[in-house]
Design a protein around this ligand. Structure first.
Ligand SMILES: [Zn+2]
Length: 261
């Protein structure tokens, strides 16, 4: 005997298969290049190595879907930015505990238990970085927050160039990740674009005020990071960000609809 109803149910695979099928249909895209992901890979919004050593275990380490290519591309840039920025952060700063030591280790200084090949790679990186370190000339323009260390004679300090384009790329990556986490899996797309700014907090009091007016308090992700997000009252997709890193420097970003002429 053939029961049509049962057969059709069996063909559908039963309720589980239907639910699974629906879940499968919810396409997951890379937050960075917006490509549909066949295989879901996750990317740390704040790179793992950027978390200070005193970050409590229970702090959420945000991750977002990202394709392998983007993961790799940003991973390289994050390393470049990290070494330079972490070397500029005071070694005794609580918000950046262990970071300058980690930066030195990635240059092979006092790193233990690494292979000969890895030692060589780090040595080469160290030589490259050391070449870029110059004596600080007092008065030279510096990256906001990463200027000369207060309380130390200026002529005894050093400087290193941080490639601005890498800094912006990495900052944009962090902002897209934050927006995905904080705005219900939002992927930023046309006509909205992310603009990144680096500024000295003391000089932009009017912008800081916007966060107090339009945003909730900051989200703390341990001692290393603080995220503030403010939304325009007339457009829920127009957003401002202030992301504090290591109590030292900050990323400012706007997500706005491009004005078309
Ligand atoms: Zn991608």
């Amino acid at each position: 005997m053939h029961d049509d109803n049962t057969t059709s149910l069996r063909l559908a695979g039963g309720p589980d298969a239907i639910t699974e099928g629906l879940a499968h249909k919810r396409t997951i895209r890379c937050v960075h290049c917006r490509k549909i992901l066949k295989k879901k890979t996750m990317d740390h919004v704040f790179p793992s190595s950027w978390y200070p050593e005193n970050t409590p275990e229970n702090v959420q380490r945000w991750t977002v879907p990202s394709c392998r290519e983007c993961n790799q591309k940003f991973g390289e840039m994050e390393k470049e930015v990290f070494i330079r920025a972490a070397l500029c952060v005071g070694p005794v700063k609580g918000e950046a505990e262990g970071l300058s030591r980690r930066a030195l280790e990635s240059l092979g200084v006092e790193a233990i238990g690494i292979s000969v090949e890895e030692q060589r790679r780090r040595q080469a990186l160290k030589e490259k970085i050391v070449k870029q370190i110059k004596s600080y000339v007092p008065g030279t323009e510096h990256f906001p927050g990463l200027g000369p260390h207060e309380g130390f004679p200026e002529d005894e300090q050093h400087e290193i160039r941080i490639p601005a384009e890498h800094m912006k790329e990495v900052a944009g990556k962090i902002v897209r990740g934050c927006e995905y986490v904080l705005a219900k899996r939002r992927i930023i797309e046309d006509p909205y674009t992310v603009e990144i700014y680096f500024a000295d907090e003391k000089k932009i009091g009017d912008v800081i005020e916007l966060f107090d007016k339009f945003g909730p308090g900051p989200v703390h992700l341990g001692p290393g990071f603080q995220v503030r997000r403010a939304v325009a009252h007339d457009d829920p997709n127009a957003v401002l960000y202030k992301i504090d890193i290591w109590g030292t420097w900050a990323i400012y970003a706007s997500i706005l609809a491009e004005r078309r002429q």
